[in-house]
Design a protein around this ligand. Structure first.
Ligand code: SAM
Length: 246
């Protein structure tokens, strides 16, 4: 199966997601949260191809990024040569020095499949934050999303980038055998001269959450929950969490 974050697909990810996600709006939203808490330094975990990085760097945040895909990071670095990008896993990382805030966007929390991985990620985040540092991340809200996809739902997303056309046909279905998981099968197409060619296929199991779960995970890992912000994202019902290290 083609990996979505490496072996050439990172370029397609980068082009498609610039249609799916309005990164200017993402920056406005997340920078407002950080500024409200007087933070001008940020580590973005799961920084992907650096689309959000560019905005933080342009706006004079002391920005660094971390991702576990070398190919995503190479693209990130080519677009943002002056910034620091680190190869690392969010469930176990150590920065050269602690930071004032950590951001995880694009529903990257969905890749924390087990409670053990969630606790490890929160422990790493805690260890890499200065005292009173904040963590801010989004998650797919199981309470609403699972009602929408119960029984299986097909969703089509299209993207246009520099004369290229992409289409992604997703099939979502609940799978609550362990935690609030769901199955996401996706076929990716490139469309040229009215011809549709499959460029990738991905079948994965990812995790959604309820607010109560995060309240507890944060509490057990020594974070004080500041707020949940209800924020619809391009394909999912999403909440953004803001929490402070205690
Ligand atoms: C959905 S993409 C989001 C990328 C970016 N935040 C955006 O909004 O465009 C998820 C990113 O998280 C990275 N990722 C997934 N699991 C990770 C882990 N355990 N540690 C570090 N990065 C991870 C992937 O390589 C990918 O770049």
């Amino acid at each position: 199966m083609q990996s979505l974050y490496s072996k050439g697909f990172e370029v397609i990810y980068d082009e498609m997601y610039q249609t799916f996600i309005d990164y200017n709006d993402e920056f406005e939203f997340y920078s407002t949260v950080l500024r409200k808490h007087h933070k001008d330094e940020v580590l973005e975990v799961g920084c992907g191809t650096g689309n959000l990085a560019s905005y933080f760097i342009k706006n004079n945040f002391n920005y660094s990024g971390l991702d576990y895909s070398e190919d995503m990071l190479l693209l990130c670095k080519s677009k943002n040569p002056s910034a620091t990008f680190l190869l690392g896993d969010m469930t176990n990382f150590k920065l050269p020095s602690k930071v004032n805030s950590i951001l995880i966007t694009g529903r990257t929390s969905s890749y924390l499949l087990t409670n053990k991985e969630i606790n490890s990620a929160l422990k790493s985040i805690h260890n890499n934050l200065n005292s009173e540092g904040i963590v801010c991340f989004d998650f797919i809200d199981a309470s609403r999303f699972f009602k929408e996809i119960k029984g299986g739902v097909e969703v089509i997303h299209t993207a246009n980038f520099n004369q290229k056309k992409y289409e992604r046909i997703s099939f979502f279905n609940t799978n609550s055998s362990e935690n609030m998981m769901f199955n996401w099968s996706a076929k990716y197409y490139q469309i040229e001269n009215n011809t549709k060619t499959v460029i990738a296929q991905d079948d994965s199991e990812v995790r959604a959450f309820t607010k109560n779960e995060w309240e507890l995970f944060l509490h057990l890992n020594n974070f004080e929950l500041i707020e949940f912000i209800d924020r619809k994202s391009y394909a999912f019902d999403t909440y953004v969490v803001v929490a402070k290290k205690i």
